[in-house]
Design a protein around this ligand. Structure first.
Ligand code: 13P
Length: 321
């Protein structure tokens, strides 16, 4: 009897260890294949940014706040075959639970929805070197260090700290200060100086430069006043792809002109918030007795998709995936 029990114990122990090994192997495999997947997107996006610069179109950065926005934005981009940056502010990261939650949510959606367009998970306005490092550690594809509130020398130093820590992430930096409020970041508009842009680019090897050209985050309080001459001068002076922040509230004409003058990534956040908010309020007003969260939240889905689709066509990024 003891012999049988001993044999049984050894068998159970052995199979448990073997099973664990198998499980570890499976996890390893999944992580590796996900990383290869986003690595591939990064390589493709590098080429697409160059293509955008040559052929005069722009890649959208659509900011995400939760699972529903991410899902609907990804589906709209896939339908239009548009590459996309999914922008996540530090506030949105906190809201969703942390950098790893966001990375894994995006990876899960890419897999389960069969998304094949290049998707770049991007930290928007990394408020400190530490926040940027956390995004690198969680394998975000692209990092924006926003040291624009500091003097030029400190901005260069902090940007280089992020560059040195990054693995193969794309790096975006801001120069001059973009006005308005983006989540937890408020800036008093200060236009980028051309000489600073030249000096900055000499000292930092970045993939994307966000100069301050008159656009602001959030809703415009007065008519946007974009400095197109400055935009053109910076485009001609530096070879780095340029980003236009504060895409909400800019007329189609301003956006088209900016793209003609060399902008190749445009960030849009508030417009999704306004459209989603209106749709949800309308649904609740019309259905005061509805309490199913899925029905309430998904009543904003069409609004998110519509904004994404309309912007993709305005930016000309459809069929560039
Ligand atoms: P808006 O919220 O004004 O669209 O700006 C978005 C943005 O620039 C994100 O970095």
């Amino acid at each position: 009897m003891t012999k049988i029990i001993t044999k049984w114990t050894v068998f159970v122990l052995f199979t448990t260890i073997y099973e664990r090994k198998l499980r570890v192997k499976t996890i390893d495999f999944n992580l590796t294949s996900l990383y290869i997947l986003s690595g591939d997107s990064m390589k493709r996006m590098g080429n697409i940014l160059e293509d955008a610069k040559q052929k005069k179109y722009a890649i959208p950065q659509f900011n995400i706040n939760n699972l529903e926005w991410t899902k609907n934005i990804l589906e709209a981009c896939q339908k239009e075959n548009s590459p996309v940056f999914l922008g996540v502010s530090t506030g949105a990261v906190k809201y969703m639970g942390g950098y790893n939650v966001v990375r894994q949510m995006v990876d899960g959606l890419i897999r389960d929805l069969g998304i094949t367009i290049p998707v770049i998970l991007h930290l928007d306005h990394g408020t400190s070197v530490d926040e940027c490092k956390k995004a690198v550690d969680a394998n975000f594809d692209s990092i924006m260090i926003d040291a624009s509130h500091y003097d030029l020398e400190t901005n260069i130093k902090m940007t280089n700290e992020v560059i040195n820590y990054a693995k193969d992430q794309l790096i975006e930096a801001e120069l001059g200060t973009i006005g308005g409020t983006e989540d937890e970041v408020t800036g008093n508009l200060q236009f980028t100086k051309l000489d600073d842009a030249i000096e900055f680019i000499k000292n930092v090897n970045i993939d994307l430069l966000a100069p301050s050209l008159g656009s602001v985050h959030g809703l415009y309080k007065s008519k946007p006043d974009i400095q197109f001459d400055l935009m053109n001068q910076i485009f001609n002076a530096v070879n780095t792809p340029l980003v236009l922040h504060g895409g909400t509230g800019l007329s189609d004409e301003i956006i088209r002109k900016s793209i003609r003058l060399g902008i190749c990534k445009i960030n849009i956040n508030t417009e999704f918030q306004v459209a989603w908010n209106e749709a949800i309020r309308d649904f609740i007003n019309k259905n005061p007795n509805e309490y199913d969260p899925r029905k309430i939240i998904s009543s904003g889905a069409a609004a998110i998709r519509d904004v994404a689709t309309q912007k993709i066509h305005l930016l000309g990024s459809n069929n560039k995936g």
